[in-house]
Design a protein around this ligand. Structure first.
Ligand SMILES: C[S@@+](CC[C@H](N)C(=O)[O-])C[C@H]1O[C@@H](n2cnc3c(N)ncnc32)[C@H](O)[C@@H]1O
Length: 170
């Protein structure tokens, strides 16, 4: 976003200091809890992009409302989220399968701490509830591992497998 629009100001936020050292000059990073009351002025953003905040937010309606308040009229909210509930089209994820159990355990863990893992499934409804209009949902398959015969999905699957292998234990 910062590269094709060099005149815009981009702010990247995360609760942890995960930010990269190299970024375009119009990017700044802030360590911030997105669940806190937002201190940015109202109507101050043209576009807010959220990615991968499953298991991070305890009150999604309130969070989306903050987005609505801080995006100026005519602006955009984009939420890219993925489901941690693994699915298999070939029926291999049977109820006793370890991966199926992992998904269930993750869901239970999120419910116990009050920060759901199941947000991808509800974003469209909740975003509309916050007041946004023209809400569009696109769903994508995201293979885990390089099993797909489609070259693009195969490549995505390779990266996704790495992501799962590195993140699953946590
Ligand atoms: C799955 S990672 C996604 C990271 C990044 N957004 C991406 O898509 O590559 C989840 C991130 O959410 C951050 N996080 C968790 N709770 C948060 C909160 N309340 N406010 C801001 N960031 C939070 C974590 O520090 C972690 O870096």
């Amino acid at each position: 976003m910062a590269d094709p629009f060099p005149d815009c100001e981009v702010i990247g936020t995360d609760l942890s200091p995960t930010q990269v050292n190299i970024a375009p000059p119009n990017v700044t990073f802030e360590i911030d809890d997105s669940q806190s009351v937002w201190t940015y002025p109202e109507n101050s953003f043209d576009y807010i992009h959220i990615r991968g905040l499953f298991d991070s937010i305890s009150d999604w309606p309130r969070f989306y409302k903050e987005c609505f308040t801080h995006i100026q009229p005519g602006g955009f909210l984009e939420h890219f989220e993925f489901s941690v509930i693994a699915r298999a089209e070939d029926g291999s994820l049977t109820p006793g399968n370890p991966f199926t159990r992992w998904s269930q355990n993750a869901k239970e863990a999120g419910d116990k701490i009050g920060k759901t893992f199941e947000i991808a499934e509800h974003t469209k409804y909740l975003i509309a509830q916050a007041g946004f209009i023209d809400v569009v949902e696109e769903r994508f398959k995201w293979p885990i591992g390089p099993w797909s015969s489609d070259a693009k999905l195969k490549e995505l699957g390779r990266w996704n497998l790495l992501s799962w292998e590195e993140g699953m234990e946590g």
